[in-house]
Design a protein around this ligand. Structure first.
Ligand code: G6P
Length: 367
């Protein structure tokens, strides 16, 4: 067959492992490595007049959009609205002229996202689409087509499409920052260098597969699991919880680490494992103090951080996963890997149908 699992037990595992290659493949159309330039696949597309970005998507693609919201605001200083597609049209969203409406979809066929796209078109927005299937309806309806080159994704739970979406969105954020005059040449060169290092960093993350498999048991017996993160690690926490729910059928929730004290902390006891996603950096200490609130209540913490972070806060955790130290711009792309592997190994330990989880479809073409 054209598409097979190769040496892998499941498509999901194969697709997790393809990430260094497909991320590199995707970034090729957005980076001019030797010139140190960040570009769009449509070179003369002018982003300088964009006043506001509206991001709409579903599922995992929505969480990629949520990471992008942080990036667009931080790097390009452009305000961003973000919605799940099923809510977008029905809340009478306000879109002014000069807005960019950005739709993110692996399949390019998700009914809610497509309906949202057409609504934004009727409101005179410029339509940008980050999409993996180049022949899809959304690809055809885009003004600015931003392809991911993840190749066919077979596992229902999205993995490689997500990291490729993040790669494109990082490049788009940088392009927008450049068009707005926020990027010096040396900053641009630095961004190109960081993004070009993403595939190697993903490889570095994949090297921890066996140790992640070994700690999957901490999660596999649980009924509820909490994922915590701040900044761009907050959407990653949401994505981690989604992955776990989808394929292991364990109830999981992602929460902004600082919001935990406003509710979920009431759930904490020794039976609720808490996955904390916290690379070292400016937000690290704050997240660690939230983590300590969990530990003080007997909660079992599984910390995903880099070497410095694990050194500083790993004590008292039931398990730690040490990632390579990476630039904040590529951290979400790299930290997606342990989050995916953890869900994968928990599901395998539980014996669920990893590639075809019950009640879920790869592409949802009904509203
Ligand atoms: C379904 C899939 C998810 C996916 C979502 C959005 O729910 O099971 O993995 O994230 O649809 O799909 P799209 O193709 O629009 O990214």
């Amino acid at each position: 067959a054209l598409i097979d699992k190769g040496n892998h037990r499941h498509f999901m595992q194969k697709e997790i492992y393809e990430q260094p290659i497909v991320v590199a493949q995707t970034l090729r159309s957005y980076l001019q490595r030797f010139e140190g330039k960040i570009v769009l696949p449509i070179p003369d597309f002018d982003l300088s007049g964009i006043k506001r970005v509206t991001i709409v998507a579903c599922g995992t693609s929505f969480y990629a959009g949520m990471v992008a919201k942080y990036w667009f605001e931080q790097f390009a200083r452009v305000p961003v609205d973000l919605d799940v597609a099923s809510e977008f049209r029905y809340r009478a969203p306000v879109m002014e002229e000069g807005g960019l409406a950005l739709f993110i979809s692996q399949s390019g066929e998700t009914a809610d996202t497509l309906a949202a796209l057409r609504h934004a078109r009727s409101e005179k927005q410029t339509i940008a689409v980050v999409v993996n299937v180049p022949t899809s309806t959304m690809a055809r309806e885009a003004d600015l087509l931003l392809p991911t080159h993840a190749g066919p994704e077979i596992g229902v739970a999205s993995t490689k499409a997500f990291s490729c979406q993040l790669s494109v969105l990082a490049a788009l954020a940088a392009n927008l920052a450049k068009a707005k005059g926020w990027l010096s040449e040396s900053e641009e060169r630095n961004i190109v260098r960081q993004l070009a290092e993403a595939p190697a960093a993903i490889n570095g993350a994949l090297a921890y597969d066996e140790s992640i498999e070994a700690i999957a048991g901490v999660i596999a017996g649980a009924r509820d699991v909490l994922y915590l993160g701040r900044g761009t690690d907050y959407p990653l926490a949401l994505e981690g919880a989604l992955k776990l729910k989808e394929i292991s059928y364990i109830h999981a929730e992602g929460y902004a680490a600082g919001e935990m004290k406003h509710g979920p902390i009431a759930l904490i006891d020794e039976n609720v494992p808490v996955v904390v996603i916290a690379p070292s950096g400016p937000l690290f200490d704050k997240t660690v103090s939230n983590m300590q609130e969990v530990q003080a209540r007997g909660g079992k913490v599984l910390l995903i951080s880099d070497y410095d972070g694990v050194e500083a806060a790993g004590e008292g955790c039931v398990a730690t996963i040490t990632m390579p130290k990476v630039h904040p711009l590529i951290a979400p792309i790299v930290y997606a890997v342990p989050v995916q592997l953890l869900a994968y190994h928990v599901a395998v330990a539980k014996g669920t149908d990893v590639d075809q989880p019950r009640n879920l479809a790869k592409s949802v073409t009904v509203e």
